[in-house]
Design a protein around this ligand. Structure first.
Ligand SMILES: [Zn+2]
Length: 135
């Protein structure tokens, strides 16, 4: 990848990092504030309170993951490893990186990994239930 492209992706990733920052930080306190203004809770309120807490954490985790992926991509840029597939070592390709700047594998490897992880999780379920039976 040439210097211009690296510069381009460095700008894209830094912008995405800034976008992800207020999202990752802001969402949780905002919704907790809204809950604080409510009347003391009866049982129904308590249940919905717990539900929104759970929902919050899920959103929060999602943004946190994206945040980490962007940070990792910026790290790879500075290490000179950006745009190289982690699996096969080929170039990921500018077109794919433009769509997903923080991806770590090329399209062919992505597909293969998806297939493997689908089969892998089934295998894991089976072996863990076997483990339970043995106990
Ligand atoms: Zn690859």
């Amino acid at each position: 990848m040439n210097k211009e492209m690296l510069q381009y992706f460095s700008e894209v990733l830094n912008r995405q990092l800034l976008d992800a920052l207020p999202e990752a930080r802001g969402m949780l306190p905002g919704l907790l504030d809204a809950l604080d203004h409510r009347e003391p809770m009866d049982e129904v309120d308590f249940a919905s309170h717990q539900y929104s807490q759970e929902f919050n954490i899920r959103i929060h985790r999602h943004h946190h993951m994206k945040f980490r992926e962007i940070l990792a991509a910026i790290q790879r840029l500075s290490d000179g490893e950006y745009g190289i597939c982690e699996e096969c070592g080929d170039e990921i390709g500018v077109d794919r990186l433009k769509v997903q700047p923080f991806t770590t594998v090329c399209l062919a490897c992505r597909r293969q990994l998806e297939m493997l992880s689908g089969a892998g999780s089934k295998r894991m379920k089976r072996s863990s239930s076997q483990g339970m039976e043995q106990m």
